[in-house]
Design a protein around this ligand. Structure first.
Ligand code: HEC
Length: 266
């Protein structure tokens, strides 16, 4: 390919003896070939470099000079620029794609929808970090009969609808996303019942604050701190023998109306 243009370019020579890059030729493919001229002694003003004899053949370059290598980057610099451009374009388009995904109604909003990739993982890691940081170390009340019976009463009235009774799973827990785990069922291949392996402080945090984007409500405005400890201690002891009155309630054998209800915050 021949040159489409040969430039006659004035060169402002900084000092005689300097090597100054000048544009020699613009090929049809857009490459610029650069050669340097050395300013002759005694010509420290401006000069016009007149180039008469340039032929850019396709695939071949006019003799490479250090300036040419620098300007064309020998391909490496161009690749870096292309990658940087791709990254910037990608970053600019990501919010647009996300917005389109949301506004076209694609995120899973129905319970029947399949979960997002890594959904559980994404929500559970920050949750457990937060709970680990904020949960109280030890219960301020004893797991004695009075507190366990009071806890069972709260469980029956406030929790059983979702988490089920001992031996009677909730009718709809499995149809929630995420499902409300049965808290009186033994784990497969272990003696753990429900959350009996969790420290009561962890259950206290979950009951008090709730778990966002799940059906688990926050009870700190509707139960007193003592009541939250009572139900948390009950669940921590779910794998141990319970006082008969408590057992009766968590089995759903004593309907809510029959006992004085564990009503709201005193
Ligand atoms: C409206 C339904 C609903 C009610 C009422 C409810 N929960 Fe939950 N609970 C859930 C759901 C759903 C989850 C699962 C959250 C998750 O997967 O992160 C849950 C999770 C929990 C957990 C954590 C279980 C685990 O495996 O880590 C505990 C503990 C718990 N609830 C205790 C209670 C207690 C105590 C009450 C009553 C004071 C209660 N919940 C009332 C729906 C409910």
């Amino acid at each position: 390919m021949d040159c489409t243009e040969v430039r006659r370019r004035p060169v402002l020579a900084a000092a005689a003896g300097n090597s100054v890059p000048i544009l020699l030729c613009l090929c049809r493919q857009g490459q610029q070939y650069v050669q340097s001229v050395t300013i002759p002694e005694g010509r420290s003003g401006s000069m016009v470099a007149v180039i008469t004899e340039i032929i850019c053949k396709s695939g071949t370059k006019s003799p490479a000079t250090p300036e040419q290598d620098r300007m064309e980057g020998n391909g490496g610099a161009k690749t870096v620029v292309r990658i940087a451009f791709g990254v910037i374009l990608g970053l600019a388009l990501a919010p647009v794609a996300l917005l389109a995904w949301f506004s076209l109604g694609h995120p899973p909003v129905a319970v029947a929808d399949p979960p997002l990739p890594l959904e559980r993982w994404i929500t559970h890691i920050p949750l457990s970090v937060r709970i680990g940081r904020e949960m109280p170390g030890s219960a301020v009340i004893q797991a004695d009969e009075k507190n366990l019976v009071a806890g069972a009463q709260i469980y029956r009235d406030r929790c059983a609808a979702c988490h089920g009774f001992h031996g009677k799973p909730s009718a709809f827990a499995a149809h929630m996303v995420p499902a409300a785990p049965p808290l009186w069922e033994k784990h497969a291949n272990s003696a753990v019942v429900g959350v009996s392996d969790d420290p009561p402080g962890e259950t206290f945090w979950k009951v008090a604050n709730g778990i966002r984007l799940t059906g688990m409500p926050a009870f700190k405005d509707t139960l007193s701190e003592t009541q939250i400890w009572q139900v948390s201690l009950l669940l921590a002891n779910a794998d141990k023998p319970l006082p008969p009155a408590a057992l009766q309630m968590v089995r759903g054998e004593q309907p809510a109306e029959a006992a004085p209800a564990a009503s709201g915050k005193p």
